[in-house]
Design a protein around this ligand. Structure first.
Ligand code: ADP
Ligand code: XUL
Length: 543
């Protein structure tokens, strides 16, 4: 019998899952989530984000993340009832792109943690930057332009790294830090991703960066899965010295440090490289062969699909990351995901039940009412200044706004993922909002595909636990096929949510109207009035 642990540090909280493999028997034996705002109020976060310095800035606290990790290790060690002696390996998933800046004392501090003291107290002196910029930050447009210019244009950056330079990506964030606070940059010995930072806390030493997550930095050569000297050069001086090495997704960082063994009774379990939440979710949704897709409705909404070779998005809105299964994955990411749905829900005094009733009580196509749901600056398509736009939509009509936000999100997901060239008949749905079958019905109808939520809803966390198992087998010389790794754990819920056949033509047309409205809002095309009028004539009246 063996137990594997997976962690998932998301935007809003930290989750953990333990899986047990005993011969052919496989089961999830522990699952727990901590919400940052509720569990660690002294940091003053709102949905996991520190008080914002401006609408484009988004930071979180690496110290709070450490405190959350320790709390979860304490729960695992003292309350979970797990037989800790059976824990063989630990891996993790983390929100992507965020960065943590450590000084020269960090290595000794991590190696010599005192088991009599809480972790966060001992880490107080190791940061050269108290905050970590996270993926919601879009304050680095200037740095993106400078890096892009130095690397020969946006297409060249995408060819080299898999994506154009995005504001949230780590390289532009590092450049901004260097420009604003060069002295602190110079004192920085190591710049971690959120993933490699947390792995370092578990192993008590500097952990490598894994190429799935490393691809989200504008620093990695996507074809070679190695740091690109040109990209490093274009970002900040002597950056190569400050980055951990890249290592395979199944690389061992080391063992759980003596701190965790003495303080909470863990064994010397293997610590496997952590990856990003989307790459881990690829494993946790069972997308281990090309031709399948998943949509995650988390804090961000993302759509991702495995790819054998890196093919970049000609429109440069999408990204290619490494996959923890060894190949690649395509991804589109939307900032106006769960928090936009929550905004509409709250503006109309609803709870999720009322939100669902609103979806059930309104007609597909919303009688031709449309929303561009840019409550926050958007990533896909790039929208620098927040601003919601409504077409034929009364801002006071709660149910119509609920349908409008969800239809808009689903149309944007469908339209902006065309470049991946995957016509999947089935979509695996994950993330917090995948618990809502009325939202998933709109997903099925807009995409014209069956939607399957999974029994284990947090696929990033499950994916991390499965990666721990895969890596543990690998180090013992057993190359388990990924289909075997996920079998028995990635189980779609029954019944699937089926698209209503009579909605296919409506949504095909509405998606075009939506694309027209979007292009117009971005200054790239004519006003959508004619397209909307034609759509309303056809679908706007009657039942
Ligand atoms: P993260 O991507 O940060 O890990 P989660 O995947 O945990 O986030 O998703 C959290 C979000 O899930 C919440 O912000 C909330 O809006 C959403 N959510 C939870 N339950 C429901 C529900 N029943 N209907 C719609 N959304 C929900
Ligand atoms: C992906 C992205 C988000 C974060 C937060 O590129 O920015 O999905 O990983 O979950």
């Amino acid at each position: 019998m063996a137990i594997y642990l997976g962690f998932d540090l998301g935007t809003q909280g930290l989750a953990a899952i333990a899986i047990e493999v005993d011969g052919s028997r496989r089961r999830v034996v522990f699952e727990r989530a901590l919400d940052f705002d509720a569990a660690f109020p002294r940091y003053g976060t709102d949905h996991g984000v520190l008080p914002r310095e401006g609408p484009l800035v988004a930071d979180s606290s690496p110290l709070m993340w450490a405190e959350a990790l320790e709390r979860m290790m304490q729960i695992l060690g003292t309350e979970s009832g797990l037989d800790l002696a059976q824990v063989r390996a630990v891996a993790g998933s983390a929100q992507q792109h965020g960065s943590v800046y450590l000084n020269a004392t960090a290595a000794d501090t991590l190696a010599g943690l005192d088991p009599a003291q809480p972790l966060a107290r001992q880490l107080a002196g190791v940061f050269t930057r108290k905050v970590a910029p996270i993926w919601m930050d879009s304050s680095t447009s200037r740095q993106c332009r400078a890096i892009t210019q130095e690397l020969g244009g946006a297409e060249a950056v995408a060819r080299l790294t898999g994506s154009r330079a995005f504001e949230r990506f780590t390289g532009p964030q590092i450049r901004k830090f260097f420009e604003h606070d060069p002295a602190s940059y110079r004192r920085t010995e190591t710049i971690h991703l959120v993933s490699s930072y947390l792995a370092s806390l578990l192993a008590g030493k500097r952990a490598p960066i894994e190429p799935g997550d490393g691809a989200g930095m504008t620093l990695m050569d996507i074809g070679r899965k190695a740091w690109s000297p040109a990209a490093l050069e274009a970002t900040a001086p002597e950056l190569a010295d400050r980055l951990p090495p890249l290592a395979d997704s199944w690389a061992m960082v080391g063992e759980l440090s003596p701190y965790w063994m003495r303080r909470y009774g863990f064994p010397a379990a293997a610590v496997v490289a952590w990856s990003g939440d989307n790459p881990c979710s690829l494993v946790g949704t069972g997308l281990v062969t090309e031709g399948s897709i998943a949509i995650s409705l988390g804090t961000s909404d993302t759509l991702f699909a495995p790819m054998a070779e890196p093919r970049t998005d000609p429109s440069l809105d999408g990204s290619v990351f490494g996959s923890p299964t060894g190949g690649y994955m395509g991804l589109v990411c939307f900032k106006n995901g769960s928090l936009a749905r929550e905004r509409v829900r709250d503006e109309h005094g609803m709870n999720w039940d009322a939100f669902s009733r609103a979806l059930r009580g309104t007609r597909p196509g919303n009688r031709g009412a449309l929303m561009l749901p840019w409550f926050e600056a958007e990533i896909t398509p790039p929208v620098a200044q927040p601003g919601v736009r409504r077409y034929g939509l009364d801002a006071a009509d709660g149910p119509a706004n609920v349908r409008a936000v969800v239809e808009a999100q689903m149309m944007a997901l469908a339209n902006h993922s065309q470049w991946m060239g995957v016509r999947a008949r089935e979509i695996r749905a994950t993330g917090g909002a995948a618990a809502n079958r009325d939202i998933l019905q709109v997903m099925a109808d807009v995409h014209g595909a069956e939607v399957r939520p999974l029994e284990v809803g947090n696929s990033a966390c499950l994916g991390a636990a499965l990666r721990a198992r895969h890596a543990d087998e690998w180090r013992q010389g057993r190359r388990l096929p990924w289909s075997e790794v996920v079998a028995g754990f990635v189980v779609p819920e029954e019944p699937a949510i089926r698209p209503a056949p009579d909605r296919a033509a409506l949504y095909a047309e509405m998606r075009e109207v939506y694309a027209t409205a979007e292009a117009h809002a971005l200054g790239r095309g004519p006003a959508p009035d004619d397209a909307l009028a034609r759509f309303r004539t056809k679908y706007g009246t009657g039942r």
